[in-house]
Design a protein around this ligand. Structure first.
Ligand code: FPP
Length: 247
């Protein structure tokens, strides 16, 4: 990826979704199928996450939001949670320079107060380093829950004494610029949202893949995008209305 404004680069290419969100499911099963410990699946999953950011940058996707750890994932075995926290901290430290070089703006979206000081420091450092970039906006959802996000947005409005409107609430969500995923992908064969971007996904096109996350490569992503391009997005209107608007 070169250091240039990705949306500029992609002005001629209307068929790439602006915002892709992914529920990266299936790491544990991927590892177990290979006789490895579940955490090895997370390690392989991390590699895929990196590849996905690269492919999205090349394609000119503006926002990529990856669900790395849900508010409910703390209930997993202690060893697995510790491994994931360590993996996040190490990856942030190892990857942030390269992300910066590639003009990626990295943000961690979620309740950061739940992390220990070592991870918080790694997050702050990586976010500060990449804060002024304007290529791919890579949002890692960690200690994130869609219900938590809506509640924290409502609380922020209450503290400011602001009227609760859809627009005002959306502006307080933790995802950047109130951006909503055009395409929401879930790997691993399950077909549910699992408390991911509940508000933001109101009109997302959903795409479910049976592939386990470590097997979901760049071609699989392009397949999902091709499927997305077959869909007619109506946003509550009729098919005829949408067709006449596009002429
Ligand atoms: C779900 O698979 C995956 C997770 C809970 C963790 C996701 C983490 C990564 C992909 C690595 C870190 C990535 C970044 C971007 C920091 P699962 O364990 O529920 O799989 P299973 O359904 O097969 O058990």
């Amino acid at each position: 990826m070169l250091k240039k404004n990705v949306s500029e680069q992609n002005k001629s290419n209307q068929s790439v979704p602006q915002h892709i969100a992914i529920i990266m499911d299936g790491n544990g099963r991927w590892a177990q199928a290979r006789g490895k410990k579940r955490v090895m699946g997370h390690k392989a999953g991390m590699e895929r996450a990196r590849e996905m950011a690269e492919v999205c940058g090349e394609l000119g996707v503006k926002y990529l939001t990856l669900f790395a750890f849900s508010s409910e994932n703390w209930n997993r075995p202690k060893d697995e949670v510790s491994f994931l926290m360590e993996l996040f901290a190490t990856s942030l430290n190892n990857e942030s320079k390269k992300l910066n070089k590639n003009n990626v703006k990295l943000t961690i979206v979620g309740d950061k107060d739940g992390f220990d000081s070592k991870l918080r420091k790694a997050i702050d450092k990586a976010e500060a380093l990449t804060a002024n970039n304007n290529g791919l906006y890579l949002q890692i959802a960690a200690n994130y829950g869609g219900r938590w996000d809506i509640v924290q947005a409502a609380q922020a409005l209450a503290v400011k004494g602001r009227e609760i409107t859809e627009q005002a609430l959306q502006s307080e969500l933790v995802t950047a610029d109130g951006s909503e995923p055009d395409l929401l992908i879930r790997t691993g064969g399950e077909q549910r949202i699992s408390n991911f971007l509940l508000w933001q996904a109101a009109y997302s096109e959903l795409y479910f893949s049976d592939r386990l996350w470590p097997d979901f490569d760049g071609d699989a992503l392009k397949g999902a995008i091709a499927d997305f391009n077959q869909r007619q997005r109506r946003f509550g209107k009729t098919g005829e209305q949408v067709a006449s608007e596009s002429h």
